[in-house]
Design a protein. Structure first.
Lengths: 554, 310
């Protein structure tokens, strides 16, 4: 008895296979719904719990919001042009990431939830900084602050400072020697390496509040303009990363003076009023070459050099474009457009059902799953769920194409490409802008088209006297080349938009790409599975339910 | 069966007339490029509790000597200002001048008192606009090249009686037809309804490219399929193929247009130009795949045959 069941499971009949795929499609649909519409499910679950006096206890799922672009949630989009003429060719990328770092920190002051600061290098070699501040539309203050050249200051302790407040750390500054690090008596110093570091327990950060206290430090004449450059290098004895400083002539003299006065105590380096390092001076450093060494790792050393260089290298930035969208304008726009879009979809559903009858109804169900899937991919999905979804999509497509006997090498390349892209987009949220939503709406049109192509072909086959089952098979396998050729050319266009477009055009390409990829799955796999499930002798006798005249009854 | 191929002269003339009219419209009125391409500033303001009129605002801004200032009132008491200058300082001076002229103190928001709400401020440097134009044109050419190569490859197997590259060229002619007519409509709308061409429009045109190619390929696919069955009369085969796909073409554009038109008439203001471009493009794209691309294939084939006979 048991053996028979196992045999049925492992080697199912044609009909059994169809049932399995149908179940898989349903599971997939539920999964997509839970991801795309988690909040609706949770509401329903809470309601069920209350209504049934806690007997029905459905687990809650994680709710994730869509990521909305600036045009939908309101905010400011700024583009700065960076003047890199005074930075040597090779160091420009590095210099710009230093500037980016500074701007990011300045922007953080405004409490923007997810500020975006991007460096963009265009074909003609111009560097642009793109700053997006969601939810902030009054930006006079922001533009002022962002546009300032970063200020690098070297400060020392005032004479009346109580040195007992200094706590211990292991950062020190010493003269740069010819490869051999002189290890003088190592006293302790204070520092803060990573300003954004959240680990409160780190000894480096413990000191920060106190050290950051601007008042406790006194300005020196030494500033960013005296610093020629800073690079990461490795200590020749123990290979640990260090940060070297090189001053210009005037800077060397000032630095020698300052270090002489501060032997045994720290000097602090401030960028925009934030302390970025406070190494302890062990001896007078003349000659304008110094190394900051301590227990930092490579990443921290790099950050420190970037910050030092940001204050040293003159990369003035100029505001070249700004766009502000009031939140109310965006919200109003999204709501009306969304309602209009839903109305349009209802009309499409009615059209499909009236014109194509039962297949039309199945197509509407399949398109609903399609919509949920695309919306789920727009959100960020956990690794396992994303993998599961993509495997179901691609796996079922391969199976179906195999079944239709149209699977070939070109198709496998296409499916692999689609699979990889869908997986990547499933993991990270897709930023929805107005044009992105338009891309989605257009992809719905294309998904509907795939169904229409199939049904027209299916009706032709039915009219030519074939049985329902044969017509379904023929309808799908004959409509496929048209769907494929049309969709591949659109996918090419999407890829061009995604990689060569800017801003809104890119968003449009991305959503259209996701939409078209999933539309093939929806038409070829889901609609077909549904059609095969409803196929019956009864329907064979009722051609009007298939959208054709009853004279074709068999 | 619809006489699409037999009546090809009518359809082709209609297309020729539309394309000519569009080119004339573009030549006479030009395209109304918006801020994204020309550079400049756009400031949208809402003035609360105060009647606004355009002349007053213009007068208030006179001392600033803004270049090519346009003041436009829209529905809901909002005013749109456009000017060529695009620095942040000018932006602040403009706001300041308007506030002064209505006697609004900065930061005052008491009930019933006049105040200004800044709904939108867009400013684009001229270099950015130029760059965007170049980028858009490059992207379009890249798309066109990919389409020709792709179609030539797809139709490689059916090189008789019409060689496969001709399908590609005809598809591209249909594309240019669609784009020129869409641009022509926008030249007219730009002149008479002040509709502008901005970045979303480029996305729309690219979509029309995709849609139109998709539509044309589906008809060609059917021609290819039927050609493999019979070869006797090319014109007849094409006519049959077009008739077999016409329901699909019309149904698909109907459903797409249902969605687009509901957004166009009921949707948000900010994507109207985009949706309109899509709707026009979809309509023309459907027309061209039925009434232009396939008849052109037949005309080309006839032309080659005649030459051979001569």
């Amino acid at each position: 008895m048991k053996k028979i069941t196992w045999n049925r499971l492992l080697k199912p009949s044609q009909k059994g296979k169809r049932r399995w795929i149908f179940v898989l499609v349903l599971v997939f649909a539920v999964l997509s719904f839970l991801i795309a519409g988690g909040s609706y499910y949770n509401q329903a679950a809470s309601w069920a719990k209350e209504a049934s006096n806690n007997t029905v206890n459905l687990p809650q799922v994680q709710e994730k919001p869509f990521r909305l672009g600036l045009d939908l949630q309101g905010g400011t989009h700024l583009v700065y042009q960076a003047d890199v003429s005074e930075v040597p060719e090779g160091g420009r990328d590095e210099a710009l990431s230093g500037v980016r770092d500074v701007i990011e920190r300045r922007v953080n002051v405004f409490g923007v939830s997810e500020p975006l600061v991007q460096v963009n290098r265009n074909a003609s070699g111009d560097y642009r900084l793109i700053v997006e501040l969601a939810g902030i539309t009054d930006i006079d203050e922001a533009t002022d602050m962002i546009g300032d050249t970063p200020l690098l200051e070297f400060k020392e302790r005032p004479e009346d400072f109580d040195p007992s407040q200094i706590e211990s750390s292991q950062i020190e500054i010493q003269p740069e020697t010819d490869g051999t690090a002189t290890s003088t008596a190592t006293t302790t110093a204070t520092t803060s390496i990573d300003l954004s570091q959240e680990d409160i327990n780190s000894p480096i950060i413990n000191i920060q509040d106190q050290a950051n206290d601007y008042e406790n430090w006194e300005n020196t004449e030494l500033s960013g303009k005296h610093l020629k450059r800073s690079v990461v290098q490795f200590n020749p004895t123990d290979n640990s990363p260090e940060v070297s400083l090189e001053f210009n002539k005037e800077g060397s003299e000032l630095f020698a003076e300052i270090t002489e006065e501060n032997i045994g105590s720290p000097i602090a380096i401030f960028l925009d009023g934030y302390i970025i390092s406070a190494p302890r001076v062990n001896e007078k450093i003349s000659g304008g070459q110094a190394v900051i060494s301590g227990n930092f790792n490579l990443e921290e050393a790099k950050t420190l050099t970037q910050r030092l260089n940001a204050g040293a290298l003159p990369v003035p930035i100029e505001l070249v474009s700004q766009k502000t969208v009031g939140a109310s304008l965006g919200a109003q726009s999204i709501n009306t457009s969304l309602q209009a879009g839903i109305l349009g979809l209802v009309l499409v559903a009615l059209f499909l059902i009236i014109y194509y009858r039962i297949p039309g109804l199945l197509a509407v169900l399949s398109l609903a799953i399609y919509g949920l899937t695309v919306l789920a991919i727009f959100k960020s999905i956990s690794l396992i769920l994303a993998l599961l979804m993509v495997i179901i999509i691609i796996g079922l497509m391969i199976y179906t194409f195999h079944d239709l006997k149209v699977f070939d090498s070109i198709l496998s390349i296409l499916l692999i490409t689609i699979g990889i892209f869908l997986f990547i987009y499933a993991l990270k949220p897709v930023t929805l802008t107005l044009s992105g939503i338009a891309g989605f709406i257009l992809s719905i049109g294309m998904a509907v088209d795939a169904n229409i192509l199939i049904f027209e072909r299916f009706k032709e086959e039915l009219k030519s006297g074939k049985s329902l089952g044969q017509s379904i098979d023929e309808g799908f396998s004959r409509a496929w080349p048209s769907i494929r050729d049309g969709n591949i050319s659109t996918i090419f266009i999407c890829l061009v938009l995604m990689f060569f477009g800017t801003g809104s055009v890119q968003g449009f390409g991305t959503t259209l790409f996701i939409g078209i990829s999933v539309s093939m799955f929806s038409a070829i796999v889901i609609t077909r599975t549904f059609m095969l499930m409803v196929k019956s002798k009864y329907l064979n006798k009722k051609p009007w339910l298939m959208g054709i005249s009853n004279k074709y009854s068999k | 069966m619809y006489k699409i191929i037999p009546l090809r002269k009518i359809w082709l003339s209609l297309s020729a007339i539309l394309v000519t009219l569009s080119i004339v419209a573009i030549a006479v009125w030009g395209l109304n490029f918006g801020l994204d391409f020309t550079g400049g500033s756009l400031l949208e303001l809402k003035v609360h509790n105060q009647e606004v009129n355009n002349t007053e605002i213009k007068e208030a801004l006179e001392p600033l000597e803004l270049s090519s200032l346009v003041v436009q009132s829209t529905e809901n008491d909002t005013v749109i200002l456009r000017f060529q200058d695009n620095t942040e300082n000018i932006h602040r001076e403009v706001i300041g001048a308007i506030e002064d002229s209505y006697g609004i103190e900065e930061g005052e928001t008491a009930d019933g008192q006049a105040s200004i709400e800044e709904l939108r401020f867009d400013s684009v440097g001229p270099s950015i606009g130029e760059e965007l134009k170049n980028k858009s044109i490059n992207a379009m050419f890249l798309v066109l090249i990919i389409i020709v190569i792709y179609i030539s490859l797809v139709f490689k197997k059916v090189s008789k009686p019409v060689s496969s590259w001709k399908y590609g060229i005809v598809a591209i002619i249909a594309l240019f037809h669609d784009i020129i007519i869409t641009l022509g409509v926008f030249a007219v709308l730009g002149e008479f309804m002040n509709l502008e061409i901005n970045t979303p429009f480029v996305a729309a045109i690219l979509t029309v490219l995709g849609y139109s190619v998709n539509d044309t390929i589906i008809v060609f696919d059917r021609i290819r399929e039927n050609l493999l069955k019979q070869l006797d009369n090319f014109a007849k085969t094409v006519n049959i193929s077009v008739n077999q796909t016409i329901t699909r073409s019309i149904n698909t554009s109907t459903t797409t247009l249902l969605v687009l038109l509901s957004i166009l008439f009921l949707g948000g203001e900010s994507i109207k130009e985009f949706i309109l471009a899509l709707a026009i493009g979809v309509l023309i794209g459907t027309y061209s795949s039925i009434f232009l691309a396939s008849p052109l294939l037949v005309v080309w084939n006839d032309f080659v045959n005649k030459k051979k006979e001569d």
